[in-house]
Ligand binder design. Structure first.
Ligand SMILES: C[C@@](CO)(OP(=O)(O)O)[C@H](O)COP(=O)(O)OP(=O)(O)OC[C@H]1O[C@@H](n2ccc(N)nc2=O)[C@H](O)[C@@H]1O
Ligand SMILES: Nc1ncnc2c1ncn2[C@@H]1O[C@H](COP(=O)(O)OP(=O)(O)O)[C@@H](O)[C@H]1O
Length: 283
């Protein structure tokens, strides 16, 4: 690989639990959550242009190129750094959209880190995370690349070392809008804050689950199905559900029992993002 092209992963994340502890005056919610990455995700291919043009060469159904978080992240980095360079960007999209596994946010973070390298703009991870939060509450954790205990709206991050089990992730065929769930009157918004050690002792839940399963019967039915084989949880505001397994074989065995029409995959949980592992390999 030469210095004018770069291919990088944009991994998925899971919220191992998600508590809503309050609501800010601007409508955003105070959360407590644990983020872990999956060794599974999209891939972005960057190619340097010296004429300043920014082109996303891959179309994403239902998303205009200018609204795509990849182009928005690239423009933000260019403004913040004063860089005059451009890029052609291709996206191999495999992550379900609106699934609570952070595909859009991860694509944005990979763009920030990838172009920061390709354009040699020299911003620190801290500076890139500050840009990232303007694109979405989930972007900073992907920029920093470490499994984390998160508070605030998801931006106050404390790195944590977690077990790295294998996960079976199931994606019911519905797209859940984060904004729609957070604006539902019935959402629990007053869970008492807990500590990380309390989570390790008694676990946590996903406060969005009751609202999501009421609004989406398909997610409720898939949860009932998955619960027959493992302790099924939901990530973020859904739609994806997951269960943890000690090894790949056990996860694959359950996957094989699910209806073939149900989209699913098996992936390893990672405390270091595959994006950061790849960048380190190339350094
Ligand atoms: C809930 C979480 C948990 O990881 O994940 P997802 O299910 O979306 O993946 C995130 O906090 C989502 O992050 P992200 O998907 O980046 O959300 P954003 O684009 O910032 O916000 C979308 C909308 O959700 C609401 N929102 C989001 C985050 C938050 N802490 N409080 C909110 O009320 C706001 O109405 C906002 O307009
Ligand atoms: N590169 C991108 N990949 C996925 N979604 C994107 C992207 N850019 C913009 N979006 C928009 O962001 C929404 C949320 O996407 P995604 O991150 O996949 O879901 P979630 O926040 O539930 O994890 C999509 O429905 C889409 O409208």
């Amino acid at each position: 690989m030469n210095s004018t092209t770069l291919s990088l992963p944009a991994p998925a994340k899971l919220n191992l639990f998600l508590h809503i502890t309050g609501r800010r005056a601007n409508g955003y919610h105070e959360l407590q959550t644990l983020f872990q990455f999956l060794d599974y995700g999209d891939t972005l291919h960057f190619s340097l242009r010296d004429d300043g043009q920014l082109n996303l060469l891959t179309e994403l159904a239902g998303v205009d190129a200018e609204d795509n978080l990849i182009i928005r992240a690239a423009r933000l980095l260019r403004e913040a750094s004063g860089c005059q360079l451009g890029a052609d960007i291709r996206l191999d999209k495999i992550l379900p959209m609106g699934g609570g596994i952070g595909g859009g946010s991860s694509d944005a973070a990979t763009t920030l880190l990838g172009l920061n390298q390709l354009w040699q703009t020299g911003l620190s991870l801290e500076q890139l995370a500050e840009l990232g939060i303007r694109l979405g509450a989930d972007v900073p954790v992907f920029v920093h690349g470490k499994a984390a205990w998160a508070e605030g709206v998801g931006e106050k991050l404390t790195p944590v070392e977690l077990d790295e089990p294998w996960f079976l992730v199931v994606a019911p065929a519905c797209h859940v809008s984060t904004a729609e769930i957070f604006s539902d009157q019935r959402l629990t918004r007053d869970t008492s804050p807990i500590t990380l050690s309390a989570f390790h002792e008694v676990g946590g839940r996903n406060d969005c689950l009751p609202v999501v399963t009421t609004r989406y019967p398909e997610i409720r039915n898939t949860l009932i199905l998955l619960n027959k084989y493992c302790e099924a949880k939901m990530t973020g505001t859904g739609s994806c559900l997951f269960g943890a397994f000690p090894n790949e074989r056990e996860a694959d065995k359950v996957r094989a029992r699910l209806p073939a029409t149900l989209r699913s995959f098996v992936a390893r949980g990672c405390n270091v993002s595959p994006l950061h592992r790849e960048l380190q390999k190339q350094a």
